[in-house]
Ligand binder design. Structure first.
Ligand code: ADE
Length: 416
């Protein structure tokens, strides 16, 4: 077998969990049924680097149903669900991922999907695209196009395009409304609090929760933490977002002030050093820190270690850092994505839309011949189709414009 997941005893467990997730992904299911009939991806080799979860498995099975030769590696060393990986292998989808894999194995697995000579890449965080451009340049000519799932990846790709080094077209799936308005907000909000709750079993009511970053992920976190009875403090560098947070009723503070009062800190910015030495120095005894941004750079672990006298594992995913002055602070999931490391990531019902966008965008890309290397938006028709399908699977009907309303909107002369 050309994969690294050998414990096929896990596969049965994974198969049922994939089926359960699939039951909450009706839009993707409808696409899968059409793909199985029409085979729009017949002959396409697709390399995906995504979180290996039961939701991703449903996407991979959809690509396979469409005729693709699809393989998968992990987009994060801690997010893999091993039973799902085993079930995918059993289903004939080469899957290279082991939960907790070290850095070398993580990159070996990205190389493994690239060894299959893909024509389409599907990335979450742009590690696969970055490795291709840095170490496998000879292969770039084989690649027709790609997709990118997350904000951090899109930022990296836009920088590559600005530096004129991006060598093939990539669609920023993250940026389409049916993705980020739902997945980033409701998915991150719920699953991150789920991860922190599973790891710690803390009571949220009455806590002061500091949310670092008020993008869609931060909005979801703040909203759900407030819903659980927490006092929410938002930190931001963007004036418009800070204003929005303030008018939403949250306290807005510089992190160095928030650091003194927070009980729980959650970073979700996409940048590094959101929590660093100057913040650890003033935190309360017992403060808990978690990150839900893509990379484990948001909480500066080097700074934390430098201030630390001793560490102790309190529970799975909870490490106590006793600082030189005796205060104890807690880091969850080693500063990696807490929602995927300590819980199961975003719920299937929201990944339904993100992965429907991925599947339909991939189908669309196979038909494009004139895209130059750049970062593209998901076509509007795809976004609208996903929204309509989702509404209909939720049993929600909406109004249509009357002809008179339509005429009013398309005329600049009618004012009153
Ligand atoms: N990103 C966040 N949650 C996810 C999930 N459940 N599956 C795949 N990718 C994710």
């Amino acid at each position: 077998m050309d994969h690294d997941v050998k414990d096929l005893a896990l596969a049965g467990h994974g198969r049922v969990r994939i089926e359960w997730a699939g039951q909450h992904m009706p839009v993707l299911q409808a696409i899968r049924e059409r793909f199985a009939k029409e085979k729009p991806l017949q002959g396409w080799v697709i390399a995906a680097c995504l979180h290996v979860t039961s939701e991703t498995a449903n996407l991979m099975l959809t690509l396979q149903a469409g005729g693709a030769d699809a393989s998968l590696c992990a987009s994060n060393p801690l997010s893999t669900q091993d039973d799902v990986a085993a079930a995918l292998v059993e289903a004939g989808i080469p899957t290279y991922a082991i939960k907790g894999e070290d850095n070398d194995t993580y990159y070996k697995h990205i190389h493994a999907v690239l060894d299959r000579r893909p024509a389409i890449t599907m990335d979450d965080g742009a590690d696969l695209v970055s490795l291709l451009h840095k170490q496998r340049v000879d292969q770039l000519a084989d690649i027709k196009a790609g997709t990118e799932e997350t904000t951090t990846g899109v930022i990296r790709l836009r920088q590559m395009a600005a530096d004129k080094v991006l060598r093939y077209p990539i669609v920023a799936v993250n940026d389409t409304p049916t993705k980020h308005l739902f997945d980033n907000r409701y998915g991150t909000g719920q699953s991150s609090l789920d991860g922190i709750t599973r790891a710690t079993n803390i009571l949220w009511a009455g806590k002061t929760v500091v949310v670092g970053g008020y993008g869609y992920g931060g909005r979801g976190l703040a909203m759900r933490a407030r819903g659980l009875g927490a006092q929410v403090v938002v930190t931001e560098v963007d004036a418009v977002k800070a204003l929005e947070a303030a008018m939403e009723g949250y306290a807005v503070l510089p992190m160095v002030e928030a650091a003194r009062i927070g009980d729980v800190f959650i970073t979700v910015t996409g940048d590094k050093d959101i929590l660093r030495r100057e913040h650890f120095e003033v935190m309360k005894d017992g403060a808990i820190m978690a990150n839900t941004g893509h990379f484990d750079v948001e909480i500066n672990k080097g700074d934390l270690r430098a201030l630390t006298r001793e560490t102790r594992e309190m529970r799975e995913h909870v490490v106590e850092y006793t600082l030189e002055d005796g205060r104890k602070v807690y880091l969850l999931a080693d500063g990696r994505l807490v929602n995927l490391a300590a819980a199961e990531g975003h719920p299937a019902a929201v990944m339904d839309m993100s992965f429907a966008d991925q599947a339909l965008t991939t189908e669309w890309l196979t038909k494009q011949d004139n895209l130059s290397p750049n970062v593209y938006d998901v076509p509007d028709e795809i976004d609208r189709e996903v929204a309509k399908l989702k509404l209909s699977t939720m049993g929600i009907r909406i109004d249509e414009l009357t002809p008179t309303q339509q005429a009013y909107l398309s005329s600049w002369q009618e004012g009153t």
